[in-house]
Design a binder for this molecule. Structure first.
Ligand code: DGJ
Length: 731
């Protein structure tokens, strides 16, 4: 268990008894990938590499007379460019003479318990050194003295291997990094399908599954943020892999900026995956002794389908990535005023909403956008983080105090990374935004992005935001970011470092998130970027929940939450009941369905609850009370996808408490169908030997609920849903 080093054959076997990852240092110092998958008890080389003379696959200098050896045919751990391997390289560097050839070879290695921090970047961590074992392989290009340390960590309790690479210029001459992947994974086959998550604003994380083709298929962002459009995640699965069976390799980047996950099938039907910072419009200058750390890539292996892959991500990310003290705490049911008022509110209105929220049982009021500067619209004041006393005469502290005294907590919205031209901040510091000198700005929601690569900008943001949230009555903060990066340039960076701007921005973002969240660890932070535009593992390190989407329509949310659940647990998905007709798509759905969908995640409300009629108020009150009863199982139990909204008219999922004493089944049907089949939903994850009782359906053994299933009565309305709670009554 841990990392076994076979000194004679120079083979490293990373294993936790459940998975194995095997690599070997060749005689020439190349690092070959040998295996990743279900655990093998001791790797002896049954799949040793067999080389043949391959046409047009060059032989390196040390094999000049040995035509059967070519890097083009080797499974590599961190392949270089230009020495015979024509597949996507893991990295490319440019030397001062303009050449782009380098050749990293093994120098030495370290094996140790635990895991080192990644300087300046979010990454998985260990509580105790005994949680994981790490391997560092030190490689060097002797011509340039470029050193690259490849890091691997295997966790004992989670079937995941985490990788990253650290560059150091140990020579005298400058080196320019053109591409620096976090990892490369070479499979000796192409018998895979690829699952990725694509989308748009108010339509995030649609599940796409496609067969691999020869050539390169790439999932990437060039938007400066991980984006609504593509998530930094991919799974390679077998043709017959489904939720419960089959192999799945889940690849998730702990990064929030431009990323690329490239999957390439080559001439011999083998598959190479590289993942990391997108090399598009990226370079990084390494001067003598300077270092560069890549983000971390987490690779999960499951031989029990996608459900188990997701379960591993949830566990690993909750236990070893999210660092918030709220990660394992029940989350408050909130009422947010955004869709209730947008910018048009007064202190009185806010107090009325909070008061009604308290009456209905809600636990936290969130004051959204529009409380600062002169922001009565979305065209001004970002950067001016002082309260608008015309709207809130009591100030934030006064308002927070009033709301707290009602017996409900108070939270606030901020968008620290942005600035409007129409703001005091911009008028004072017009060069503080990301832009190319002498070019007109490009706008997104009429705002510009602050240049977080600059220390003085970061210090200002940290100071002003820390001040905004210093009031002890603030217990929650929603951190928004409402545009992507364009016209990219930094005022202070030299010409040969301009293409570092985006990554420096992301490092700057992590720096301010680190400082601001550490200053108030008691605050529950929620990530947001125009909804779920930055729902990624990098942000998850700082913030244990994210506003899943600006789309609050329950039917659209089924897909959005299903897609998100491939990597992130339901508790991390903020999910609100809103008004009908829905503001984003105009759909009218029953309150019960809106409730059931929102209760499938981290429940909140976002509508003018002061305007609800008696009946709806009663229903909301019941939902809130009911969610409090089931919240622990929803938020901290196991989650199982049963029917996919991407495959038909119905969606179903269930939650099971860790002790398996309680289970909650949710079923949704989008459109009513005439004379249709009676669907049987088979629950998952129950104890087959427990007897469970549901008030409506009666008592059943767990095995019956799972294997025989539940017949769902035909729903004679559109957008219908059902929820059943099962409690263990005997075993
Ligand atoms: C986008 C967010 O996703 C919304 O919830 C809301 O906070 C607005 N921004 C406010 O401008």
């Amino acid at each position: 268990m841990g990392i076994i080093f076979d000194e004679k054959n120079r083979i490293f076997h990373l294993t936790n008894g459940s998975i194995s990852y095997v690599l070997q240092i060749s005689k020439d110092g190349y690092i070959n990938h040998l295996y990743f998958g279900k655990a093998v008890r001791s790797y002896k080389g049954s799949n040793s590499l067999i080389n043949y003379d391959r046409g047009f696959s060059p032989n390196p200098e040390n094999h000049a007379l040995n035509r059967v050896f070519s890097l083009d045919t080797q499974p590599m751990e961190y392949p270089s460019y230009g020495l015979g391997d024509f597949r996507n390289p893991a990295y490319v560097v440019q030397l001062e003479d303009g050449s782009t050839i380098s050749d990293l070879r093994y120098v030495s290695h370290n094996i140790f318990e635990g895991k080192k921090k990644l300087e300046g970047l979010p990454a998985t961590w260990t509580n105790e050194p005994s949680d994981a074992t790490s391997l560092e392989i030190i490689t060097m290009d002797t011509v340039t003295n470029l050193q690259v340390v490849l890091s691997y960590t295997i966790f004992n309790d989670y079937d995941a291997v985490c990788r990253s690479a650290k560059y150091k210029n140990c020579g005298k001459n400058n080196i320019k990094i053109l591409n620096a992947s976090s990892m490369c994974l070479d499979f000796r086959e192409s018998n895979f399908e690829c699952i990725s998550l694509y989308g748009a604003h108010i339509n995030e994380r649609n599940v796409q599954r496609f067969k691999l083709n020869h050539g390169c298929q790439s999932i990437e962002s060039k938007r400066g943020m991980s984006s609504h459009q593509y998530s930094p995640f991919t799974a390679l699965v077998r043709k017959d892999t489904n939720e419960d069976f089959g192999e799945a390799y889940g690849i998730s980047l702990v990064y929030s900026g431009n990323f690329a996950i490239k999957v390439e099938v080559d001439q011999f039907d083998r598959t190479r995956v590289t993942a990391g910072i997108n090399d598009f419009d990226f370079t990084w200058l390494l001067e003598e002794n300077e270092e560069f750390q890549t983000p971390e890539c987490v690779m999960v292996y499951s031989d029990k389908g996608l459900g188990n892959m997701s379960k591993t991500f949830y566990g690993l990310y909750q236990d070893h990535l999210s660092r918030s003290i709220h990660t394992k705490k029940e989350r408050p049911i909130l009422i947010n005023n955004w869709e209730a008022t947008y910018f048009d509110f007064t202190e009185e209105k806010i107090l009325q909403i909070a008061e009604k929220g308290k009456e209905l049982g809600m636990e936290l009021f969130v004051l959204d956008d529009g409380w600062f500067g002169k922001r009565n619209n979305d065209d001004c004041s970002l950067g001016d983080w002082f309260v608008n006393k015309d709207k809130i005469p009591s100030g934030i502290d006064g308002l927070a105090k009033k709301i707290k005294s009602m017996g409900i907590d108070f939270g606030i919205w901020i968008e620290p990374e942005m600035v409007n031209e129409d703001s005091e901040l911009y008028r004072k510091h017009p060069d503080w935004c990301i832009h190319v000198k002498n070019r007109p700005h490009t706008y997104g929601r009429e705002q510009l992005v602050l240049d977080l690569s600059r220390k003085e900008v970061r210090d200002y943001v940290v100071e002003v935001i820390t001040d905004v949230i210093k009031d002890e009555n603030i217990s929650y903060v929603k951190w928004d970011a409402n545009r992507h990066l364009t016209n990219i340039g930094s005022f202070t960076l030299p010409a040969d470092r301009q293409r570092e701007t985006v990554h420096r921005y992301v490092l700057g973002l992590y720096d301010i998130m680190d400082r601001i969240t550490s200053a108030r660890p008691d605050i529950l932070f929620e990530g947001c970027s125009g909804g779920g535009g930055r729902f990624d593992a990098g942000i998850y390190y700082y913030m244990p929940q994210t506003w899943t989407s600006d789309n609050t329509d329950a039917i659209c949310r089924l897909k959005i939450q299903h897609g998100t659940s491939l990597v992130f647990p339901p508790v991390s998905m903020a999910s609100h009941v809103s008004v009908v007709p829905n503001h984003q798509v105009g759909r009218i759905t029953p309150m019960s369905t809106r409730g059931n969908c929102a209760m499938s995640g981290n429940l909140g409300y976002e509508l003018d609850i002061t305007k609800l009629d008696e009946k709806d108020q009663e229903e909301v009150k019941k939902q809130v009370a009911f969610y409090k009863e089931i919240r622990n199982t929803i938020q901290f139990g196991d989650f199982y996808r049963i029917l996919s909204p991407f495959e038909g008219n119905e969606t179903a999922w269930n939650f099971v408490s860790k002790d398996k004493d309680e289970a909650i089944l949710m079923y949704f049907k989008v459109l009513s169908e005439p004379n249709c089949n009676v669907t049987t939903v088979k629950m998952k994850g129950l104890n087959p030997d427990f007897i469970y009782e549901n008030e409506e359906l009666g008592k059943f053994y767990g095995d019956e609920l799972m294997y025989s299933g539940i017949a769902v009565p035909i729903q004679k309305e559109d957008f219908a849903s059902k929820m059943w709670v099962f409690k263990k009554v005997a075993e």
